[in-house]
Design a protein around this ligand. Structure first.
Ligand code: FAD
Ligand code: SF4
Ligand code: SF4
Length: 485
């Protein structure tokens, strides 16, 4: 066993300092400060260096967590960075926004009675330090290849596949209908979880790696999918899921009943300095309003916390199950509670009230009934339990479904599941269409950044194999080169 590790008996689990709720309510800055070097080393030294590290097993990227923790504990940060970046294309982002309580940290098997090792915050610290020290470098492939790959979507999945393929020397063009690089990292997730400079820093590194970005280009409208296939040797679809689920209740069409992503995108754009008329005119803005958010996932948590920061008079979150059964990360719920959000558990909207503009939400109380096919208890209405909440802004955060891509891309051969997600062969990440690959939310349904990165990396292997077979590349170009770099 490495000396200096296993300090969990003497050192308590700690996160970096969290700014007080009264301060963080005032701005959109990230809520955690950076670890101080000594503190990061101390926290890393709590790790037991398990023979079978369950933290790693439950990280979608199988990150070599014990090794980077040991390097951090020993002050060997550059080596820690090399390890962290060998399996993850955006470790500083995952370190910030992975729901660690459900993934690596939630599965840390440190001795019973002791809290898990702090993993995400150490990952973030390592890579933020690497950026500061200039250790993060653009990709310079050892060979340049002539084959080109089109990537549709500059979100985590698209960025990961692009970087992995660029390492192998392929020519990559990423097309995105947005005007900035990052997908939901920029326009969905708010600054207080992920500051936009962090995404821009990563994007700049990819641009410096000679990955081409064609922004403001909507595939299916500005350029047809067929044209892309003609221009490039392979295509990766990483378009995410953007069709907001609707509520079928009376009054849903009233003014100021808005979809979550419209609301969050307006807020993020404003933070980036864009002109956002609906925000400036007050419609996609919670300032001075009584806000009711409907839903219990990460998006709902981001909405309630954004509304607090915009100066809402009150913010309530209506969710049909109880706290223990909500899909959002428990850590986010706690942050929201600290910031003054009121949760109305086990309640569902019955109607939006108002004359032209919303003035209230009529809701009913729910209880958890018999389990459904997935084993999850089904919420059912408690009769005669109606109540009303005042609201000047109601935000619908009920999840997202994929757009109808076969129609949008005019590609009937692009097969979809019954949920509308794209069908792929998980071994190769290829769709039934030759040379067309896919990954991220458009394949999994609304998921996580870390899974997008994983899919991008796997698809890079699949695309390399595909192109190698087509062009009969030299045998030494094994796909493991991608996995290991
Ligand atoms: P996206 O990030 O959605 O990127 C897809 C890109 O494709 C977009 O840039 C889009 O403009 C582009 N595109 C789509 N169609 C076209 C087209 N026809 N032509 C050109 N471009 C196109 N995950 C976490 O891990 N932690 C969190 O805390 C977290 N919080 C979240 C909060 C919110 C509000 C939301 C909505 C999601 C959150 N997620 C979180 C989920 C995470 O953001 C997604 O799982 C992840 O971004 C998916 O990556 P992706 O690359 O598949 O798609
Ligand atoms: Fe944990 Fe996410 Fe980092 Fe994996 S990528 S170690 S799950 S924070
Ligand atoms: Fe260290 Fe916990 Fe991972 Fe074990 S499970 S190696 S203690 S972080």
């Amino acid at each position: 066993m490495t000396s200096g590790m296993m300090q969990f008996v003497d050192v308590e689990k700690a996160m970096p300092d969290k700014r007080g709720a009264e301060f963080r309510r005032q701005d959109f800055r990230e809520i955690y400060e950076e670890f101080q070097p000594k503190r990061a080393a101390e926290q890393a030294s709590r790790c037991e260096q398990c023979g079978i590290p369950f933290c790693q097993v439950h990280c979608p990227l199988s990150n070599n967590i014990p090794d980077w923790l040991r390097m951090t504990a020993e002050g060997r940060l550059e080596e820690a960075y090399e390890i962290a970046s060998s399996t993850n294309n955006m470790p500083e982002i995952c370190g910030r926004i992975c729901p660690q309580d459900r993934l690596c940290e939630g599965n840390c098997v440190i001795e019973k009675g002791f809290e898990s090792v702090t993993i995400g915050a150490v990952e973030k610290y390592i890579v933020d330090t690497a950026f500061e020290q200039g250790w993060v470098k653009p990709v310079v492939p050892s060979v340049e290849r002539s084959e080109s790959i089109a990537v549709i979507g500059a979100g985590p999945a698209g960025l990961a596949v692009a970087e992995q393929l660029r390492k192998l020397g392929y020519q990559i063009t990423i097309y995105d209908r947005y005007d900035r690089i990052g997908g939901l990292l920029v326009y969905g997730i708010p600054n207080f979880k992920l500051e936009k400079e962090v995404v821009a820093r990563r994007a700049a590194m990819l641009e410096a790696s000679n990955i081409r970005f064609e922004l403001g280009v909507d595939i299916g409208k500005d350029i047809s999918f067929e044209q892309l296939r003609t221009r490039h040797d392979a295509v990766f679809i990483g378009t995410g899921v953007y069709r907001a689920r609707e509520l079928a209740v009376p009054g849903v069409g009233l003014d100021q009943v808005v979809p979550a992503l419209d609301y969050l995108t307006a807020s993020n754009r404003k933070g980036l300095g864009d002109d956002v008329a609906p925000f400036d005119e007050g419609s996609l803005n919670a300032d001075g309003k009584r806000v009711v958010v409907i839903g219990g996932g990460d998006t709902a948590m981001d909405c309630v916390r954004t509304a607090v920061r915009q100066g809402a008079i009150s913010v309530k979150c209506l969710y049909r199950r109880d706290k223990a059964n909500m899909p959002g990360s428990m850590r986010e719920v706690e942050h929201a509670e600290e910031e003054g959000v009121e949760f109305v558990w086990q309640a569902a909207p019955e109607a939006f009230l108002g004359d032209g503009v919303v003035s209230g939400v009529r809701a009913v109380r729910m209880r958890l009934g018999a389990p459904d096919a997935t084993g999850r208890q089904r919420p059912e209405v408690i009769p005669e339990s109606t109540f009303t909440l005042d609201a000047d802004l109601a935000i619908k955060a009920l999840g997202f479904d994929p757009e109808d891509l076969p129609t949008l891309f005019d590609q009937p051969d692009l097969q979809v599941t019954r949920w509308g997600t794209i069908k792929i062969d998980w071994q190769t990440m290829m769709t039934p269409m030759d040379g067309v690959f896919a990954g991220g939310d458009i394949v999994r349904g609304a998921s996580l950044v870390v899974w997008g990165v994983k899919d991008g990396r796997d698809a890079a292997l699949g695309i390399h194999e595909y192109l190698k077979t087509k062009a009969a590349l030299p045998v030494e170009e094994l796909p493991t080169a991608v996995a290991a770099s």
